[in-house]
Design a binder for this molecule. Sequence first.
Ligand code: IMP
Ligand code: MG
Length: 166
Amino acid sequence: MIPEEDVNRRIAEMGKKISEDYAGSSVHLICVLKGSIFFTCELAKRITVPVTLDFMSCSSYGSGTKSSGVVKIVKDLDEPLEGRNVIVVEDIIDSGRTLSYLLEILGARNPKSLALCTLLDKPERRVKDVKVDYVGFEIEDKFVVGYGLDYAQRYRNLPYVGVVEL
Ligand code: IMP
Ligand code: MG
């Protein structure tokens, strides 16, 4: 669906935009494991203001392609968010359930600012309304893999975004 060069080019643009938006300041990137790991690394490399990183893991999906509607924190952040410019980095926003839940709990930790950044967005599928500050690509309602995204834990390492034919 999206070739490697296009993904990388777009991430470089996003990094540039974030660097401009936070000029003179710093950002604290929250990588939502596991899907966002490849995107977070590539994005962090393209940001020119000081960057710190933390990781958390939520689960809203089983091993298939359908949402269970249940979001659970599997691993919480190591550091507090107080006074930081936090950017939550997601691989994809689908129903919006994961992010709307995350926003609620992270917002309660008193960050200086809280923004959302996603590589992919499937707006058609939205169940919960979430305001996304940085979107890499809006895509149609297809199940995609690669660049961190999995199908039953496989294909995360593909360097491009591909479509699974079910
Ligand atoms: P949401 O809570 O429905 O927005 O789902 C977000 C999570 O579902 C993402 O972080 C992914 O882990 C997973 N997901 C949603 N759509 C896809 C897809 O097309 N491919 C792989 N994983 C997906
Ligand atoms: Mg995910």
